[in-house]
Design a protein around this ligand. Structure first.
Ligand code: F6R
Ligand code: ZN
Length: 187
């Protein structure tokens, strides 16, 4: 009997481009990100039609046990002193985790637990990020090029954007990067 061979879809590691299967794409513009950046006046002065990030996802089945695969492409930029970032979320089903893989660009993954404790992981080509359950997550682009990261997560996880609508406990600006650099220098 001949083996059955199916060609899988592809991710281009250097760019994060997905191909070979139907996609769902969603672009988030600055105008969609009301109350996300700390400097509201600066946000109001920005062009609301400017694209901040796009998520490309394979259009795969949902349901218990199913996984979604998607790539976030986050543009470089700032609102006031704060770097462009995703809205960020807890999963609606809090116990569900997720894996992110850095593909291109220079960024940070901001993680915040249920007690409000935050930490940052550098996102670079090849970095692997295990986002445990009960952990809110947000990507931040601290570079001057596009940041792209691949994510795999349970389709049942869902998104809760309201729990942190007042903001994460940590904001990343150029000053934050200076502090981080000092910390690395001092060991
Ligand atoms: C899925 C996931 C990512 C984000 C994407 C956009 O659980 O974490 O695919 O959905 O980076 O960020 P949000 O959803 O916070 O706008
Ligand atoms: Zn998520």
């Amino acid at each position: 009997m001949n083996p059955s061979i199916t060609m899988p879809p592809q991710v281009a590691w250097a760019s994060g481009a997905l191909s070979g299967a139907p996609l769902i794409q969603k672009t988030t513009h600055l105008g969609d990100l009301n109350n996300v950046f700390a400097d509201d006046d600066a946000w109001r002065c920005c062009d609301p039609t400017l694209a901040v990030y796009r998520v490309d996802m394979f259009d795969t089945p949902s349901g218990e046990g199913e996984l979604y695969t998607g790539v976030t492409h986050l543009n470089p930029g700032r609102v006031g002193n704060e770097f462009f970032m995703t809205r960020g979320h807890f999963h609606a089903r809090r116990e569900q985790g997720e894996i992110y893989f850095g593909l291109r660009g220079e960024g940070l993954l901001l993680l915040q637990d249920a007690q409000g404790q935050t930490r940052l992981e550098p996102v670079r080509p090849g970095s692997v990020h295990h986002i445990a359950g009960f952990t809110a997550h947000r990507l931040i682009n601290i570079g001057s090029d596009m940041l792209s990261a691949l994510a795999v997560w349970p389709s049942v996880a869902g998104h809760d954007y309201t729990a942190l609508s007042g903001g994460f406990a940590l904001r990343v600006t150029a000053d934050t990067l200076k502090l981080m650099a000092k910390e690395v220098q001092n060991g």
